[in-house]
Ligand binder design. Sequence first.
Ligand SMILES: Cc1cc2nc3c(=O)[nH]c(=O)nc-3n(C[C@H](O)[C@H](O)[C@H](O)COP(=O)(O)O)c2cc1C
Length: 657
Amino acid sequence: MKIFDPIEIKGMRLKNRIGMPPFLNMPGAEGNFIDDLTIRWFEVRAKGGAGLLMTGTVMPVAPPPQARSLLGFRGVGIYDDKFIPGFAKLAKALHAHGGKLGVQIGMGGPMGGTGPSLPPYPDERHATDELFFVMMGVRTPVREISVEEIELIENAIAQAAARAKAAGADCVELHCAHGGATLHCSFISPYYNRREDKYGGSWENRLRFPVETIKKMREAVGKDFPILVRLSADHRTGSRGVTIEDTCKIIVPTLEKAGVDCIDVSQGDMIRAGEGITIPLYYPRGCFIEYSAAVKQVTKLPVIGVGRIVEIDMANRFIEEGKADIIYMGRQLTSDPETPKKYLEGRKDEIRTCIGCLGGCGRPCSINYDIQDDPVPFAPAKKAKKVLVIGGGVGGMEAARVATLRGHKVTIMEKDSQLGGMVAALARTKLTAEFGNFVDYLSTQMRKLKVDARVCKEATAADVAELKPDVVIVATGSSMVVPDIAKGKPGVMHHIEALKRKHEIGQRVVIWGLVAAELAISLAEEGKDVTMIGRGGEETLARDYTTLRRFYVLRKLTDINVPRETPEAARVCNPRVLYFVDVEEITPAGIRIVNKDGAREVLPYDTLIISRERETNDSLFNELQGKAPEVYKIGDCSQVGDIKMAVWGANEVVRKI
Ligand SMILES: Cc1cc2nc3c(=O)[nH]c(=O)nc-3n(C[C@H](O)[C@H](O)[C@H](O)COP(=O)(O)O)c2cc1C
């Protein structure tokens, strides 16, 4: 397979064409140093078989004091020679596994407080324009950067590149992507750059800063050291930003001439079109590969493609089709750093495929407990025990998997005819179909590990008495609370029932509760007329989602002012969302609602889906107290939560039994 063939970038020989792209949230110690945690973060992926490991953006200039509180993590620096030993240790660790180390160097742009020009930017209308503002309530004042500072930054980046080389890194990458996230990208973009000096105006002027930087980097690292550049091939802000045509016609030839050795093709603008970077889970796999394919048409340099590529087979196909020379798999090497190794060893069915939930991407990762900073270590059990897991949702299956791997003898009982619980049901919505990856993975492991899995079996205290397990893990999940006013009324289903019996959902759908936003959107996309109603305001819409996953829902359903020029980002009118609403009565004629001003409306409906609170199903857990030597509860049964809580809870209990 071509994906496993070596490739050279200016003398740097990669053992295969799989790379870990930059992730800014990599661990970094106090003072922005690399420490053992940083090394472990990269080493597991090198050990797992990736050929190229690129750091997240490292800082060529000391960060301002507010940087950490804004991003929530420290970041890694390379702004002084004191950082060289840390990088040297990292390079050595990766080389030991045949991996190559790349160091991405970049400067924050308007999103971080410095830009080519002052806001407001062209289509900005109000404060909710910015992702940071929407998600964190932070609006960073932007300062226009001076020509003197440009020169200082260019020199600092060149020195940083030299330090990376001195430390034994194999290549450096200039971060020129992601719109307002980086200074270089925002200089290229007419959207952010309205300067009238030699760094603004024409293409030549807007590209001057990256070109000068690359030339200085070249002087600093010498002619034989590979310099990569990361571009947003299309900023996805329509004609106001940079388009793929601009990239192919002007940017790539200019940067090639400036001396880069490889084009890393990313896309999007972190402020205005984040879907190119933190790609929503409902975007198709490999959705942006045509950008790198287009770049490949205009350059002979190696080209990297990226974007929701989670399968080796797809990555290989893209290479064989000439759409890229190297494939970055970011979140996939986070949910399973051993993806290449398992594939090569014929263990494809053991690969834990990313679900795209954007729940921290390694810090934490919802489905890979081990990639966290401080996991309970995995070790074989000192004494093999008989373990009964009650409930075959993802928490229960993860408990069964880990317990079996530790050497325990495990039985799992599930009352439904299939394993997977609530997550399997959620995977039936188009927008969250990727959740099914984890259900498939765990179900397969049950089979491969020969776990005694009994479906259609509702466990009782009598089963426990008969089986006499040493340990019982209760993972019986939670139930949707259906308000009394809706009980027994025609066409009423709760969220999970609705997912399981989708064929019964009628044309006019009312969803009571502001949780099931993705279900609402996907039903509307199927052609149903959907109205969501909730007691709270906009801040309660999809409140339980992870920050970025929620952002994309808000963008569809509210007035966040993001560019509307790409159809995927457009606001939709169906579903309609009604806030501050109470339900007064439900009759066959409709649902009578009243809003906070006392105005009433009757919503005719065929199906009313209840998606509000959930309550723990912990009665069996309570009943089992004292009936087995060890009884634990995990997942929703312990505390109503998300996939991460179920997976973490399972690991934290099972690794200690
Ligand atoms: C948590 C996180 C941090 C990221 N940090 C960076 C970064 O520092 N520099 C960068 O160029 N891209 C960054 N990206 C974008 C990734 O490099 C990559 O392009 C993106 O995750 C899409 O690839 P994937 O679908 O394979 O994960 C980041 C993405 C995520 C999810």
